[in-house]
Write a new protein. Structure first.
Lengths: 131, 274, 385
């Protein structure tokens, strides 16, 4: 009698644990969105690091940047590929949004898809939104 | 026996789980895969430098109009919320009523006996009675707030500026208890609805962090003087206290100046010409 | 051992459900505070700490008070405390959990709380407070649990519990000393800037902690078959008495120094608390209530027939706890902030949500306390039966 109960329990457990897979099987999977490169970012081929590293590690880079700006007052960044940047999310030509222009078409594209909600924008402003 | 072995299995499993959890973190810490090792970080070429920034306020030149324009220039540029404005209901629906005791201010006006409570005097010269005294963060040499902060979110820069790292602040408000000048503010709520016109070049703050005057570090980095100095019509002079040739030292040499609560030994960097 | 906690009478479960309901209500208000910020509290730019930190300070005292049973028993082999040491240790555990929760609910950015460990700041007293509070919590959990387990199995406790017990004594003193250092090392706050703050905190802790323990002993006697022992309670009440008198004496010293020296930045705060300042006197009735409660409590405990009166004792203890709570929680925190460093007066009163969240925290603490005490009393009943 115990055996049956245990096995039923195990089956339910396995089914529950694998539920994300079942969910994906019955719903249509959305393809990962492509963030839109606009304006300067479209013509300029080089970001701070190459595309793949930016994709994987931009949050670490931004973390490093904010420490550098706030804590060491170093605001200029010359990357290994020889380009120099103003270490800022949204201020000026040489900042992230200075090149990528539109937060909603760039940052938010992936963040929304991956359902991450970085708190950058609680304080930093998207110049587009203000206008 | 069964009891015993299950127990030791769980112990081993627990330790293994910790190891598994720690591995990615250790890997990330050890790797330099983000290729930032060869990057060079530097200051802007135009940036202003000092050993210890300081400020001299000439109380003779401060009038109500000057005060008003200084406060406005500072608060506008730094996105300091004004809780007296009418909130845009369309943009920020259901904004709750304001508790004005939870205000935020970086630089403001006080009467003499509030700015200098230890110098209260019943026979104080009459002109000082009605004079507006501008007060702000003193960027103390021995800042109690820096000492108190449990995360180094408030810290002292090399140039003497007492800075806030809004990213790191946990909102414990120990620094507010530590400051003898009441210069610190806490964001009891999201300030955005109360900023009439956001300055996009400076961040707003989120709820739950402390903020205060930063001696316009963002302007010094571009080679410009603080907003209050520019708006003061010559009443505020800014410069390097450690440089004996600087304008500010010449002024200190030629005038009788006082500082707030000198007896506490925090060594404020803001001086007042009387 | 935990299985003991899931078997209980109807009253036990009613009490648990009641605590869960209070926790739930507090939780709802906390969610609102978490979403909208500390604007839901009565705190302000001038009074930047309030009810949460006040209760935190008080509870650190209750936790430290547990050492008043540990010292006599383990250092002086005072056998009468044999049965209640575990109660002291478990009371410390529950109080410390409440302390840590009060800190968390007071944070503006609670999700960043671990920054305190990520960026250790040896110059900040809060850093040390975090260390000693967690250390003392850990020691009490381990020691209490191990000793109770040994008692249940009727074996000697593991040899290493002894050094941990000895270590917990300086930790108990440490938690309250460091908590006092949070306040008394700040240059601009005349009320707190006094070397006697840490001794005063300890004195009031050694009054409130054991007084609470006495009340808990009464409750245990009423609801379980375990008897903590009247003589142990008598000794406790003497400890409460002397600690309370020390606290009152320290307070008199404080008042004397601020009034006789007449230094405004020190006097203004005492003035505000006891007589009102520039027409503001929200705390005056509270402070006098506290003084009356504590003085009466001390007198009741000094006179042997009154102290030995079994019906009066719990009421005396309740008076003392409430008196110390007002003095140390309400008065100590608000009194330090009013008047402000610029000599403005902004008064403080907690808001409804603030009080509800505090009740929620207390409910969590009492839940932990109930479960731990249930274990302790049941094990002791089993062993004796």
């Amino acid at each position: 009698m115990n055996k049956n109960a245990i096995i039923t329990g195990l089956i339910i457990f396995v089914l529950a644990v694998l539920s994300p897979f079942w969910f994906n099987m019955i719903t249509a999977t959305q393809a990962a969105p492509e963030p839109k490169l606009l304006g300067k970012a479209k013509t300029e081929k080089n970001c701070v690091l190459n595309k793949y590293e930016m994709r994987a590690n931009h949050m670490a880079l931004l973390d490093e940047w904010r420490d550098s700006v706030v804590r060491n007052a170093d605001r200029m960044y010359e990357s290994a590929n020889g380009h120099s940047f103003n270490m800022s999310l949204s201020t000026g030509e040489n900042s992230c949004l200075g090149c990528h222009e539109d937060k909603t078409k760039f940052c938010d594209k992936c963040h929304t898809y991956a359902s991450v909600d970085p708190y950058c924008w609680e304080c930093h402003t998207n110049p587009k939104e203000i206008r | 026996m069964m009891e015993k072995s299950r127990r030791s299995f769980l112990k081993v499993a627990g330790i293994a789980a910790i190891g598994l959890g720690a591995a990615p973190a250790m890997n990330f810490a050890a790797s330099d895969s983000h290729g930032t090792a060869h990057a060079v970080k530097s200051k802007n070429k135009k940036a202003l430098h000092a050993q210890r920034w300081g400020m001299v306020i000439d109380t003779n030149k401060i009038t109500d109009e000057v005060v008003e324009s200084i406060v406005e220039a500072c608060h506008k540029a730094h996105n300091v919320p004004d809780f007296n404005i009418e909130v845009d209901e369309k943009k920020y629906p259901n904004t709750r009523p304001v508790n004005h005791k939870q205000e935020v201010k970086w630089i403001w006006e006080e009467e003499f006996h509030n700015a200098f409570p230890d110098k209260e005097d019943e026979f104080l010269a009459e002109k000082f009675h009605d004079l507006p005294f501008l007060v702000t963060c003193n960027h103390c040499k021995n800042a109690p707030c820096v000492q108190a902060c449990p995360t180094q979110a408030t810290f002292k820069r090399e140039d003497g500026i007492v800075m806030m790292d809004f990213h790191r602040c946990i909102g414990c408000r120990f620094c507010m208890a530590a400051c003898p000048f009441g210069s610190r503010n806490f964001n009891f709520r999201d300030p955005r609805p109360f900023i009439e016109e956001v300055n996009p070049t400076f961040p707003t703050r989120s709820k739950g962090v402390v903020e205060k005057c930063n001696f316009c570090a963002e302007r010094l980095a571009k080679g410009e003087l603080p907003h209050c100095v520019e708006a003061s019509e010559g009443a505020i002079v800014f410069g390097d206290l450690e440089d004996s040739e600087s304008d500010i030292r010449v002024l200190l040499n030629e005038n009788y100046t006082i500082r707030r609560k000198q007896s506490l030994g925090t060594e404020p960097s803001v001086y007042y010409i009387m | 051992m935990l299985e003991i906690a899931i078997k209980g009478s109807k009253n036990y479960w009613l009490w648990i459900v009641f605590l869960l309901a209070v926790m739930g209500a507090g939780g709802i208000f906390y969610i609102d505070q978490f979403m909208n910020g500390l604007m839901t509290t009565g705190m302000s730019r001038d009074v930047s700490w309030g009810f949460y930190i006040a209760n935190f300070t008080f509870l650190v005292g209750v936790a430290a008070g547990g050492v008043m049973v540990v010292i006599p028993y383990y250092l002086h082999d005072y056998e009468k405390f044999h049965r209640i040491t575990i109660l002291g240790e478990f009371l410390a555990v529950a109080s410390l959990i409440m302390c840590l929760l009060f800190i968390i609910v007071d944070l503006g950015q609670p999700t960043r709380a671990f920054n305190v460990m990520l960026y250790p700041s040896p110059k900040s007293m809060l850093f040390y407070d975090m260390l000693v509070l967690n250390g003392y919590l850990f020691l009490n959990i381990v020691v209490g649990w191990k000793i109770l387990e040994a008692e249940r199995n009727q074996v000697e406790p593991a040899w290493w519990t002894k050094p941990l017990i000895y270590l917990s004594i300086p930790f108990a003193i440490g938690i309250h000393t460091v908590t006092a250092y949070l306040y008394c090392g700040l240059p601009g706050r005349g009320f707190w800037l006094t070397a006697i703050l840490a001794p005063r905190f300890l004195a009031s802790a050694f009054a409130a902690g054991p007084a609470f323990l006495i009340i808990l002993c009464y409750i245990i006697r009423k609801f379980t078959k375990f008897d903590p022992g009247w003589e142990a309670m008598q000794t406790l009440s003497k400890i409460v008495c002397y600690a309370l008198i020390a606290n009152l004496f320290f307070f008199v010293c404080e008042v004397f120094v601020s009034y006789y020296s007449n230094i405004p930045s020190h006097k203004a705060h005492v003035q505000y608390l006891l007589f009102g300042y520039h027409g503001y006197h929200a705390l005056v009735p509270w402070m006098w209530t506290s003084m009356i409660l504590m003085t009466t409590g001390a007198i009741f405990l000094l006179i042997p027939p009154l102290r030995n009166n079994k019906t009066l004792l719990p009421f005396t203890c309740a008076m003392i706890i409430f008196g110390v709570w007002i003095d140390k929680a309400l008065g100590m925190i608000s009194g330090g902030f009013v008047p402000s460093p610029l000599h403005h007066v902004t008064e403080y009163a907690p808001t409804g949500p603030e009080i509800m969240i505090s009740f929620g925290v207390y409910a969590i603490g009492f839940l932990v306390l109930t479960i731990l005490y249930k274990l302790a009393t049941q094990v002791k009943e089993e062993v004796r039966g």
